[in-house]
Design a protein around this ligand. Structure first.
Ligand code: NDP
Length: 444
């Protein structure tokens, strides 16, 4: 059995009931086969892959809080500090009822390579809880966040581990978490990113993941002789990533036809009204059914269906495994040119394979959505130098990072005779730097 297969087999056996984690490990390690084969003896000697797939530390804790009726409630909190070979752990906190250790581990593992690809000195981590902020009052969300941070603050810090937002964790949650950290530790430091602009946040961080997704999509299309202007785009999700992906797509001259949430989806033949979407989701915290109040010509459909709409570019921006093989077939039937992942691992492995076989340009999440964490690292720089950069400066840096990132993954794929395979390119380019650092630092 090859070294890669041995490690996959052992990881699956030792981490049962964590299908998303297994999926991420297999996807990454299998595409690294040619790189690992070149260094197999050294990597085996130093157990590089065994160390890579085992988090440095995983913390699981109880989060008790009191709801508005005076009842005590208990959720489970997680922080997985996966890999600090190239910098302090960095990765978001997901608040969603589906959260479990396997999901946090898959996200943390992916984060190692994504962070490496940004070219910035940040290691990989991820955390969260099965708490659902949806339908909770501000006071309940604050009570949860304070309790969560009361435990988490023991393990994080500006130079050790810097969490950020993710599904369910937006500006409001980051504000409550930061306030509690400061109170408990007596430190005003850049321990979280995605902070409000009045207390150490960075301009452009809110937009960064969606904007970055479009910058790299534009660059990839340009490299393949295509122009994003005039193209039609389907987007799933209607959260942070989806909203700013839609905004930038329209700024670049594309037309966005759809958005969705976990209940249904909207088709707007005239192009999604981003201002209305922001008001519904960011201000009023409503469901997408409200979109028709702003745009009577738009259609609302319950359930899933974004990928049945004909478009040139598909941007899944909601959650993992939301685009499966039947969706991929539908997209190909409708002539899709590119699928670029805004969410983490939104495309199932068989759908990814099918899209690649059919010649659809496919940008994987760890490259395509790296703009968020890259800008978080720029926020860390601003916090440590106690300065604020302008929107234009951060946006320019973000664009430069995304264009460089595309060049790096494209080169890595070419070096291993897999030109155009951006999945392999991203895994290889992300891995090389981390592996080099881990080998240089000895068996730790
Ligand atoms: P938000 O919470 O802001 O939005 C998530 C969106 O996805 C909502 O529209 C939500 O609908 C929908 N959604 C969530 N879970 C499901 C589900 N199980 N089925 C269907 N729809 C679902 O999160 P973000 O926009 O921040 O994150 C979206 C994705 O992007 C995630 O995969 C995240 O890990 C990834 N990402 C985010 C980054 C960031 O900077 N925010 C950075 C890099 C990656 P509803 O409101 O109904 O739940």
């Amino acid at each position: 059995m090859s070294y890669v297969d041995e490690v996959i087999e052992r990881t699956v056996r030792e981490n049962p009931c964590e299908p998303e984690f297994h999926q991420a490990i297999k996807e990454v390690l299998c595409s690294l086969r040619p790189v690992i084969a070149e260094h197999e003896d050294a990597y085996r000697r130093d157990a590089l892959l065994e160390r890579l797939v085992n988090p440095e530390r995983q913390i699981k804790f109880r989060v008790p809080w009191i709801d508005d009726n005076g009842n005590a409630r208990v959720n489970t909190g997680y922080r997985v500090q996966f890999n600090s070979a190239i910098g302090p752990y960095k990765g978001g906190l997901r608040l969603h009822p589906s959260v479990n250790l396997g999901i946090i581990k898959f996200l943390g593992f992916e984060q190692i390579f994504k962070n490496s690809l940004t070219g910035l000195p940040i290691g990989g981590g991820k955390g969260g809880s099965d708490f659902d902020p949806k339908g909770k009052s501000d006071r309940e969300v604050m009570a949860f966040c304070e309790s969560f941070m009361t435990e988490l603050c023991k393990y994080i810090g500006a130079n050790t581990d810097v969490p950020a937002g993710d599904i369910g964790t937006g500006a409001r949650e980051i504000g409550y978490l930061f306030g509690q950290y400061k109170r408990l530790r007596g430190l005003f430091e850049g321990v979280l990113t995605g902070k409000g602009l009045s207390f150490g946040g960075s301009l452009t961080r809110t937009e960064a993941t969606g904007y970055g997704l479009l910058y790299i999509t534009e660059e990839m299309l340009r490299h393949n002789g295509l122009d994003i202007a005039g193209k039609t785009v389907t987007i799933s999700g209607s959260g942070n990533v989806a909203i700013y992906a839609a905004e930038k797509a329209q700024q670049l001259g594309a037309k966005v036809l759809t958005v969705s949430d976990s209940n249904g989806w909207v088709y707007d033949p005239d192009g999604i009204d981003v201002a209305a979407l922001k008001e519904i989701k960011e201000v009023k915290r409503q469901r997408l059914t409200a979109y028709g109040d702003y745009r009577p010509a738009a259609e609302y459909h319950a359930g899933k269906g974004v990928w049945t709409v004909k478009s040139d570019i598909a941007l899944p921006c909601a959650t993992q495994n939301e685009l499966d093989l039947s969706d991929a077939k539908e997209l190909v039937k409708n002539g899709v040119l590119a699928v670029c992942e805004g969410a983490n691992m939104p495309t199932t492995p068989d759908a990814t394979e099918f899209l690649k076989e059919q010649g659809v340009k496919f940008l994987p999440a760890k490259a395509a959505n790296a703009g968020g964490v890259a800008t978080s690292a720029l926020e860390m720089s601003q916090d440590s130098e106690r300065r604020y950069w302008t929107f234009e400066k951060v946006d320019k840096e973000l664009k430069k990072i995304m264009v460089n990132l595309f060049d790096n993954i494209n080169d890595a794929a070419k070096r291993y005779d897999m030109e155009g395979d951006y999945v392999a390119g991203a895994n290889i380019a992300g891995f090389e730097k981390v592996a080099d650092a881990m080998m240089a630092q000895g068996v730790v």
